[in-house]
Ligand binder design. Structure first.
Ligand SMILES: [Zn+2]
Length: 169
């Protein structure tokens, strides 16, 4: 288990178990590694504070649909999408579908400073503006178009003059 170098033995073992089963109850972890529940809780709290299990159990453990994970590191990550930041560190962008995959990906990244797990993605919304052009003069129609029915065709006019012209044909 090479996920972290600044963890205690208990934290490491708790993390290992949670990585394999994010929903493992504290009582079971306690039995598995032979420490008290209080110690497990302390370890989990510490892991949360250190950012290692920020939202693992909530977002990744339950809805494992291609979660985006941002990993800040001081060493250039190899083989993954990343940015070099102005402060000289790097931000790797991972897409993972399971805790196991996240663990594997994190194992491959050296000098991890911070792991940020995306919860909800809000893409930028660009409004689509539909412009209707006048069928007579070709200018964009401001406001409501004047409608001219010709057979089964519907024509749009920008003004009364264009509308009359369209009706003549
Ligand atoms: Zn017109």
């Amino acid at each position: 288990m090479q996920i972290a170098h600044n963890l205690t033995k208990t934290e490491n073992r708790v993390l290992s178990l949670l990585v394999n089963d994010a929903r493992m109850p504290v009582s079971k972890i306690s039995r598995e590694i032979g420490v008290s529940r209080a110690s497990v809780n302390r370890a989990i709290y510490s892991l949360l504070k250190k950012g290692y299990i920020k939202r693992f159990t909530v977002e990744l453990g339950e809805s494992a649909q291609d979660t985006k994970v941002f990993v800040k590191t001081t060493k250039k990550p190899e083989g993954v999408e990343h940015y070099e930041l102005l402060d000289g560190s790097y931000l790797a962008v991972l897409r993972v579908t399971s805790l196991q995959q996240l663990k594997n990906e994190l194992d491959a990244i050296q000098a991890v400073c911070e792991v940020m797990i995306a919860k909800t993605h809000f893409p930028s919304v660009k409004q689509t503006v539909f412009v209707v052009l006048c069928d007579k003069c070709g200018k964009p129609i401001q406001g409501d178009a004047l409608i001219v029915k010709r057979g089964r065709k519907t024509l749009y006019a920008c003004c009364e003059t264009c509308k009359e012209e369209l009706q003549k044909k």
